[in-house]
Design a binder for this molecule. Structure first.
Ligand SMILES: [Zn+2]
Ligand SMILES: [Zn+2]
Length: 225
């Protein structure tokens, strides 16, 4: 396949992966993608590597799809249960984004545990208004460094019971506080961030370029400035 032909496969491949995740909650296999896109394994792998380089999918060492934000194929601590589909959310932000992104699941049960005390936490999250709750969100990594190790970044975007649990967690690891905000802010952050991801010709929004969006959502500037 020529370079141009491989480039032309990128957007159909991206769409196939995202729509499979949206429809089923799972990553598509290579066999499914080869059939759907009518391509051979070598061309598929070349396109997959390009897609990962463009930060539209995250692959592990074996080439398996770990994430296609906001979807994940493994646990990042958040289950997202819709009426017919069960998802892994890629972090607190990603989990809250799924009901806004997937038209057939506008209302979901998001469940997690507090990293510090392991208390079970759950909210029904819809598209009309933020869920009630006094829990706090902590992002350990600023937006500008999110893609240095995006799996680690997402693993550390969690929801805690309280400031006391965040303090206990960070003190035990000698970590800085990071950025802490409430559930309403998380909901506003998640609401429009991935808009368009299930549609053709999507342009990825770079966190580093998105200060205006973060400010409008009310996310503290320690995350994005
Ligand atoms: Zn706790
Ligand atoms: Zn994430």
């Amino acid at each position: 396949m020529t370079h141009d032909a491989s480039a032309q496969l990128l957007e159909p491949l991206r769409l196939a992966i995202y729509r499979h995740f949206a429809d089923t909650g799972r990553a598509p296999t290579r066999e499914v993608l080869q059939l759907e896109l009518a391509v051979g394994p070598d061309d598929l792998e070349a396109a997959m590597v390009s897609l990962a380089a463009s930060r539209l999918v995250v692959l592990d060492g074996d080439g398996s799809i770990v994430m296609a934000h906001p979807f994940a194929s493994v646990s990042f601590g958040f289950s997202v249960m819709g009426a017919t589909t069960l998802y892994w959310g890629g972090c607190a932000w990603d989990a809250f984004a799924i009901p806004h992104l997937v038209p057939h699941e506008p209302r979901v049960l998001i469940a997690t545990t507090c990293p510090a005390c392991e208390r079970a936490l759950a909210w029904v999250v819809g598209t009309d208004e933020p869920p009630a709750g006094s829990e706090l969100v902590r992002f350990a990594t600023p937006a500008a460094r999110a893609w240095d190790d995006v799996v680690a970044t997402c693993q550390q975007q969690r929801i805690f019971c309280s400031q006391a649990c965040i303090d206990e967690w960070t003190a035990a690891r000698s970590e800085p506080e990071g950025t802490v905000f409430d559930l309403s802010t998380l909901w506003r952050l998640a609401r429009g961030w991935y808009a368009g991801r299930l549609d053709a010709n999507y342009q990825r929004r770079e966190p580093a370029e998105a200060a205006e969006y973060f400010a409008a959502a009310g996310v503290p500037s320690s995350f994005w400035s």
